[in-house]
Design a protein around this ligand. Sequence first.
Ligand SMILES: [Zn+2]
Length: 232
Amino acid sequence: MLRPLLADFFGLFFPQACLACQEPLVRGEQHLCTTCRTELPYTDYHLLPAADNPLSRRFWGKLPVAHTLSYLRFLQHGRVQHLLHQLKYQGQQEVGRALGRLDGAELAAAELGPEFDLIVPVPLHRRKLARRGYNQADAFAEGLAAALPCPWSATALQRTEHTASQTQKNRTERWQNVATVFEVAQSAEVVGRRILLVDDVLTTGATLEACGAVLLAAGAKTVSIATIACAE
Ligand SMILES: [Zn+2]
């Protein structure tokens, strides 16, 4: 009985806030308040036919993708942006793990768990990794891996060059910027496997496309994609 009492005691002085809306959490709530749990803009793409959801269409003619999934819609100045900001810039890796576990539980309930052999997060360059201290995509991968369940590897893919920021570039420039910077470190890890490639946000898809192409070239059986959020 000591631990719950202590948790209540500390909760009085340091109430935990919802990671999305920052309202204090009440007893029984973890990471997200009940309102946000209900109202977050879920895509529910995992409930649509795999080859025909709005996200899979973005990869048509560019990369063969088995499943194209995203947990949430990214809207600027909203709760999803706040979540991603916490994960990426405020050191809150737990946001990624918690969203990974929630998303993974939904994918498992839709019987998608057995569709994947290995989860591979989009890697950061080692200099950026050293600066931030962690890869936000790893946190999401870890949560998904626990809930699906499915093994994950932070070392299967490597980013070999430090790329310029993507934000000021158009689609073609983004593709040229990332096309040659990823490589498979150990092809034995991916050969014949159905890979679930994961990242925090899908915008143009250029980075995921580059990673997916490298995985298929190294012998992966199929590539699927899952992100925390996707921009419209
Ligand atoms: Zn909330």
